[in-house]
Design a protein around this ligand. Sequence first.
Ligand code: RM4
Ligand code: MN
Ligand code: MN
Length: 427
Amino acid sequence: MVIREFVDEYNRKALEWLHQDYEHLGKQLRRRGVDIEPLTARVTGFRVAVPSWGVGTGGTRFARFAGPGEPRNVFEKLDDCDVINKMVRTTPGISLHIPWDEPESPAELKAYATARGLFIDSMNSNTFQDQPGQKLSYKFGSLAHTDSAVRAQAIEHNVRCLELGQQLGARSHTVWIGDGGNFPGQVHFRRALERYLESLRAIYAALPDGFRLFIEHKLYEPAFYSTVLNDWGTSYHCTRELGERALSLVDLGHHAPNVNIEMIVARLIQFGKLAGFHFNDSKYGDDDLDSGSIKPFQLFLIFNELVDAELEKTKGFDPAYMLDQSHNVTDPIESLMTSAVELVRAYVQAQLVDREALREAQERNDAIQALALLKQAFTADVAPILAMARQRAGGAVDPVAAFRASGYRARKAEERPAAARQGAGIV
Ligand code: RM4
Ligand code: MN
Ligand code: MN
């Protein structure tokens, strides 16, 4: 079955109500002085990259319960990403994790993606695990390890990712490390950060033309007492030390509970250092749950900052939007489609904020009115805009329903017998 044809056929049933709802919403928005068409056109340009590691079923440190028809290699991962994009039409970019996705032939992988209208967006290195046959262990760290030989090995891996990324046509490289300590006294904070920076300088020096280096902070885990790149302030310091093409990446799950993430985003925008995002949602820690599933208002407030900067044409503002989730109890394709839709929803809602009125309310110190303006945008049901934009781009009016009706998963369950790998872990 060709997904595109199936989607067209499946959409047919929903078109009548979609047009009615869209027209109705158009009238409502008109009353508020908003034109629906330019808004829908903006959605068409919205892009968020999908993580290759997100299409397999995730796990916790206790167990991993494999799902049916999981992709067994990077090509099968791209097949799943292809379905996601054909349904939602906003996710042609893919983030790869090396060595999990190491291709035998980069040219073949690139061609495989291109043939499906996909492209490799960002590379991610992995020095938080040991690989079979690896010479030195990362048990006590990688880029910030006390042993320079381990640091050299980790640097080399990152440089290899850059070379591969260049061959694959990627545009950025994201470095997240597991380095840190479990106990007070285990790690000398200042020396560890100095070693990290020294290693990053070597990676930065190998950045190919047109590439950006993203560094990703994380408060804790796998180290439970301290991490080397623990927060956005440290990240900001490091990216400044490194140079213009080094930027700070915000993974929504990598902060202490209740931290004002939208404010961190505003700060990084203001300082010209926002790399972009790993979107996900969480209740407690780095839960990697579906975007917008737990704190949709937070997601909206983040997009409020992003749209504000976009409309102001803030200098150097060019964030990379990526998902980084782990799907333990859902079909990963359904989770990723839903999450991509939630991001577009927050993006459109943020476009609805009456920014002039908000500014006036802020100048008058009118807190009630300022919040009301944000709430008015956040509570608007923009679903018909999202569905219309998807449908016009050839995607599904209702992606999850269409995916379920397509029988894709059942077919893959037959074609891809269950993997033997049942252990715990994030992937
Ligand atoms: C980390 C972090 C990284 C991701 C790994 C798999 O917690 O979010 O971005 O590459 O997990
Ligand atoms: Mn991440
Ligand atoms: Mn994470």
